[in-house]
Ligand binder design. Structure first.
Ligand code: PMP
Length: 456
């Protein structure tokens, strides 16, 4: 076995070599990156696009299926899929058709379109909650669902799990440090102490959860059913049952964020495992890649919401909804995606490829004497640098290594496979062929051999 220090040293050297390889293949993108004229801040439409492990981001000319082609003519197979926004492949045919068709019928009117009733029914049938609303992003949907939870319970506090990410939602951007809930380190312009209204507890810690809920002041628990933004943390057997029992006993609502775990199956992790949330949120791939998200609630919550609203006077400015939410274009794409893209057959393909990749990755890890595991939720796989699955964010942080992760990602990219940055995630689209899955496994084995010095 190579040991942590040896691995880190080899990863640092590999990263240097791979940066040069990346750069040499992309003279056009390098020139764009070096140009300093007026335009975007830091030269990119989102400042974090510079945070990938490459010296500068590749500039994408086309993305179709699982193939990205950059302006320098490099083609790579995409296992990042826009961090889930394109989970069903880039530009699924039914969504492209819906877009073209909707374009001739008007994009946004602030009125329900003729697709609205069908989409509402499709959401209710698929996800098991009867009442739905639309928003533009999963961040927005979470914000709105939290607001509803506070409105109907009359409570202020929110509970999240340490290591969570639920989008750009102020109340959730916290970390658990020495037992205290504090603002996450890199937040910009953070003036309020989010620990005033949010309590963070370790995932899988039933005792900490019970203590936090016992005060009776928590409006809702917001949780991913499997934590996917801090490595990947699976729930212990029985954890979800306890979470539901304790929240019910405390009069606290349960808000499940399925934005990433929709990789589990057509009805998300919730449907697959029979969870019983009061509220549910989903975004990213639900409209095939256009900005749309959904949030749903039980009949009981919608009754309570109507009661709250009936005590109000006047209209507008509820703090919920944005102008372009609920638009004709969103409804058209949602309908196409729910009816024709997110099918049982699509999930069957995704799972079959993911089975193959999981087995291949595990074999490569063993072959290279590495103490790593592969965690999985349906079509979503995470390589964790730990000999056993991590149970909470603290364990996930201890297992992580930026250098090894970056070396792995950049080497894989130079071999033609794009992984999701900031963790080790591989997302499997139905558009990924068996050959591409096998190619991915071979590239992974190749990189592990170089990382561990076993290549000769
Ligand atoms: N929920 C979860 C679980 C997420 O992982 C993310 C983004 N990674 C979001 C919500 C927010 O999604 P968006 O950035 O599209 O608003």
């Amino acid at each position: 076995e190579i040991g942590t220090a040896g691995l880190e040293a080899r990863a640092a050297a590999l990263l240097e070599t791979e940066r040069t390889v990346f750069e040499r293949r992309r003279p056009l993108a390098a020139a764009v990156h070096a140009a300093a004229g007026p335009g975007f801040f830091d030269g990119v439409p989102q400042h974090w696009m510079l945070d990938w492990p490459s010296p500068f981001p590749p500039i994408i000319e086309t993305a179709t299926g699982v193939t990205l082609t950059d302006i320098d003519g490099n083609r790579v197979t995409d296992l990042c899929l826009g961090d889930t926004g394109a989970m069903f492949g880039h530009g699924p045919e039914p969504v492209l058709r819906a877009l073209a068709n909707a374009g001739t019928r008007g994009l946004t009117t602030m009125l329900p379109s003729s697709d609205a009733q069908a989409v509402g029914r499709l959401l209710a049938e698929r996800f098991g909650l009867p009442r739905w609303q639309l928003a533009a992003t999963a961040s927005d949907a979470n914000r709105f669902a939290i607001r509803i939870a506070r409105a109907v319970t009359g409570r202020a506090q929110l509970l999240v799990f340490d290591g969570c990410y639920h989008g750009a939602v102020d109340d959730t951007l916290v970390d658990l440090v020495d037992g205290r809930t504090v603002a996450r380190r890199n937040l910009l312009g953070q003036v309020r102490d989010p620990g005033d209204l949010t309590v963070s507890v370790p995932f899988n810690d039933e005792d900490a959860l019970a203590v936090a809920l016992a005060g009776g002041d928590i409006a809702c628990v917001l949780a991913e059913p499997v934590m996917t933004n801090c490595g990947m943390i699976l729930p212990d057997p029985g954890f979800h049952a306890t979470l539901r029992r304790l929240t019910r006993a405390a009069g606290t609502l349960l808000l499940i964020d399925e934005t990433h775990t929709i990789s589990s199956g057509p009805g998300g992790y919730t449907r697959l495992h029979g969870l019983e949330p009061d509220l549910m949120v989903m975004g990213k791939p639900i409209g095939g890649g256009i900005p749309v998200s959904v949030w749903g609630m039980t009949e009981a919550i919608s009754d309570r919401l109507r009661a709250v609203r009936s005590r109000q006077s006047g209209h507008g400015h509820s703090g919920i909804g944005t102008t372009l939410s609920g638009s004709a274009i969103q409804l058209a794409c949602l309908r196409a995606c729910l009816e024709e893209v997110m099918t049982d057959e699509a999930y069957r393909l995704m799972n079959a490829r993911a089975d193959r990749i999981e087995a291949g990755f595990e074999a490569a890890i063993v072959e290279n004497d590495l103490d790593w595991t592969v965690s999985r939720v349906g079509a979503r796989l995470e390589i964790v640098f730990s000999p056993r699955p991590v149970r909470n964010a603290q364990e996930a942080r201890e297992a992580a290594s930026d250098t090894v992760e970056q070396a792995l990602h950049l080497s894989m990219l130079n071999l033609g496979y794009l992984l999701t940055p900031f963790h080790n995630m591989v997302l499997v689209s139905p558009a990924l062929s068996t050959d591409q899955a096998d190619g991915l496994v071979a590239a992974f084995a190749n990189v592990l051999a170089r990382l561990t010095g076993k290549e000769h």
